[in-house]
Design a protein around this ligand. Structure first.
Ligand SMILES: Nc1ncnc2c1ncn2[C@@H]1O[C@H](COP(=O)(O)OP(=O)(O)O)[C@@H](O)[C@H]1O
Ligand SMILES: [Mg+2]
Length: 205
């Protein structure tokens, strides 16, 4: 039975995840691969409903615990409904954010217990781990300046976003084989995409 490949795109706000996950999928499809592009939170009807709640600025009083469970709930659904079935069919699945985002945002950013996030995270992912994670990095203020209308996560204080970025570095340091860090600050989109494709070529035949 052929098993697909699971690639996640991570990074702080404005680092280029949406842009590059889309470009990567177009490239892989053009090369003849079966590709599934999904995003977190979201990717399923249920997950997109949870995404609305999470990103709605009207919910600015949301507790850190509530936030954690909503992200995990959306993940549990997209893993079982979309990602696992596609991997079993041999698809390359490209996911904009996954478990590392929860460690970076709710763990390093909000200060929730990292061990608890790890075990609750395993429940949400069913133990699924990416074959490759592209960590797109951009300096915090430059990233926050990119893009348009800000959602509930993006309007959190700059010091929160700095902790998230540092958190991502710590995660990458722990798993250098899985996680490839690529700087996008002041680098043209095409040059970043080239580096991503090179990294992906090592896990996709
Ligand atoms: N390397 C880059 N240089 C300049 N602008 C970029 C670069 N990468 C992305 N952008 C722009 O920054 C904005 C945010 O990018 P996006 O892909 O939505 O980031 P994310 O999904 O990580 O928040 C978009 O307008 C995008 O075109
Ligand atoms: Mg995005």
């Amino acid at each position: 039975m052929s098993r697909g490949r699971f690639i996640t795109i991570e990074g702080p706000e404005g680092s280029g995840k949406s842009t590059h996950s889309r470009l990567l999928c177009e490239f892989l499809r053009g090369s003849g691969h079966k590709v599934l592009h999904t995003r977190e939170p979201g990717g399923t009807r249920l997950g997109e409903a949870i995404r609305q709640v999470l990103l709605d600025k009207k919910n600015k009083n949301m507790s850190d615990g509530c936030e954690l469970f909503l992200f995990l709930a959306a993940r549990a659904q997209v893993v079982s409904e979309v990602i696992m079935p596609a991997l079993k069919k041999g698809y390359i699945v490209v996911c904009d954010r996954f478990h590392d985002a929860t460690v970076a945002y709710q763990g390093y950013g909000a200060g929730l217990d990292l061990k608890l996030i790890d075990s609750a995270g395993k429940l949400a992912t069913g133990g699924l781990k990416p074959d490759l994670t592209i960590l797109l990095d951009v300096e915090t203020s430059a990233g926050l300046k990119r893009g348009g209308i800000k959602d509930r996560m993006e309007v959190k204080p700059v010091r929160f976003h700095k902790k998230v970025r540092d958190g991502y570095f710590k995660i990458a340091k722990k798993e250098p084989r899985r996680i490839k860090v690529i700087n996008t600050g002041g680098v043209p989109i095409a040059a970043v995409q080239d580096k991503i494709r090179r990294a992906v070529s090592h896990v996709v035949q």
